[in-house]
Design a protein around this ligand. Structure first.
Ligand code: NAD
Length: 356
């Protein structure tokens, strides 16, 4: 297969970690007989420096016209005080909006080899955590109307949290389809004991669940979910939830693995176009030192193959290679353990590629 990938390395460690993911993608292309064509576009601070905007119209067009987008990270102290209308992260919001990326997939995987890095006790993490949060990304309270007004002599602020049936249904379908490709277990997170949006959410999810009889479906309240993620995270396979609950729960879940450098993510549209990126930022404190962990970005590339290109075998090959590198005791500084071999960012990329 021939695929066009727009590559957005961004700022800080972005270019270093993205280079390692490209190395691994090239090895996959060689081994499996595909061809990946890369177009590089500036995004974030580097684009502000060159063009005065965090992404140009031409760059956005290239993202839209490609089969998929791979992002490193944006931002850094150099751009902390630029005009708020052109801040680096504005480019990310713009890409999400322009590409219609309404579904955010965040796998939380604690590799058994890194169990010591988890803040949870060994008896709780067992043989490793492997759950996936599907977060609705373009609706709810972050996108509703907001206002602050004076009522009876004091300021009153209001944020609306609208959800329509079609928005719930399309994220629900992504969640059920994803559960079908994993452990066939889905928990829908809401606050249906209080919120109307959650009651509509629950009703819609129940209707959808009838179309997926193979998926073991359950409802769970968001407050209980926050507790269960710490108490018994291995009970979960796929969790689906609305925008704000998903924002909070996915950050909580990511901490269970103890290593931000390992975590990939995907943002999907209604078609096959998606944006794939590690969950961490541009890590300016270690930029240019060749010590960043590229595995989160490499695993994001694996998600791109699985979800945008329908290349499950190829994605499995990348994930297996990452597992093997960890089994063989290679670690970047952030996940270093006693008795392991410390490697640089580019060496980690070489190792993963060599195991494909
Ligand atoms: P960060 O995720 O960049 O870094 C937090 C800590 O984790 C740092 O100590 C960093 O060195 C370490 N770290 C992060 N990724 C790592 C990796 N791959 N390997 C090893 N260590 C890693 O968060 P921050 O410091 O709060 O933010 C830095 C900049 O990134 C800010 O400008 C912020 O706005 C931006 N940011 C961007 C994104 C994005 O592009 N999606 C997300 C979050 C933050």
């Amino acid at each position: 297969m021939n695929k066009k990938i727009t590559v957005l390395p961004g700022d800080g460690i972005g270019p270093e970690i993205v280079a390692e993911a490209i190395k691994v993608l090239n090895k996959v292309a060689d081994q499996f007989g595909h061809s990946f064509e890369y177009t590089y576009v500036d995004i974030g601070g580097c684009s502000i420096d060159k063009y005065g905007v965090p992404i140009t119209d031409e760059g956005m067009k290239l993202c839209k016209e490609s089969d998929s987008v791979l992002l490193g990270a944006v931002g850094g102290p150099k751009w902390d005080n630029v005009d708020p209308s052109i801040r680096p992260e504005k480019a990310l919001l713009a890409v999400r909006k322009e590409l219609g990326l309404f579904a955010n997939l965040r796998p939380t995987k604690l590799f058994p080899q890194l169990a010591d890095a988890s803040p949870l006790k060994q008896e709780i993490v067992g043989n490793g955590i492997d759950l996936l949060i599907v977060r609705e990304l373009t609706g709810g309270v972050y996108f509703g109307q907001r206002k602050t007004e004076e009522v009876n002599g004091e300021l009153v602020a209001t944020d609306w949290m609208p959800y329509s049936e079609h928005e719930i249904e399309r994220i629900g379908r992504v969640a059920f389809e994803t559960a079908m490709k994993r452990g066939k277990k889905l928990a829908s997170v809401d606050k249906a004991n209080v919120l109307d949006t959650s009651r509509l959410w629950r009703k819609t999810m129940h209707r959808l669940s009838e179309e997926y009889p193979e998926v073991a479906y359950s409802d769970i309240l968001v407050d209980n979910t926050a507790m269960q993620l710490i108490k018994n995270p291995t009970q979960f396979d796929v969790l689906v939830t609305e925008n704000m609950f998903g924002d909070i729960l996915s950050d909580e879940a990511s901490m269970l693995t103890g290593s931000i450098g390992m975590m990939p993510s995907a943002s999907l549209s209604e078609g096959t176009l998606g944006m794939y990126e590690p969950i961490h930022g541009s890590a300016p404190d270690i930029a240019g030192m060749n010590i960043a962990n590229p595995l989160g970005t490499i695993l994001s590339a694996a998600m791109m193959l699985r979800y945008s290109f329908d290349m499950a075998k190829e994605a499995d090959a990348i994930e297996a290679a990452v597992n093997q590198v960890l089994d063989n005791g290679y670690r970047t500084g952030d996940i270093m353990q006693e008795g392991c071999k410390k490697v640089a960012c580019n060496e980690m990329g070489d190792l993963v590629a060599s195991y494909i």
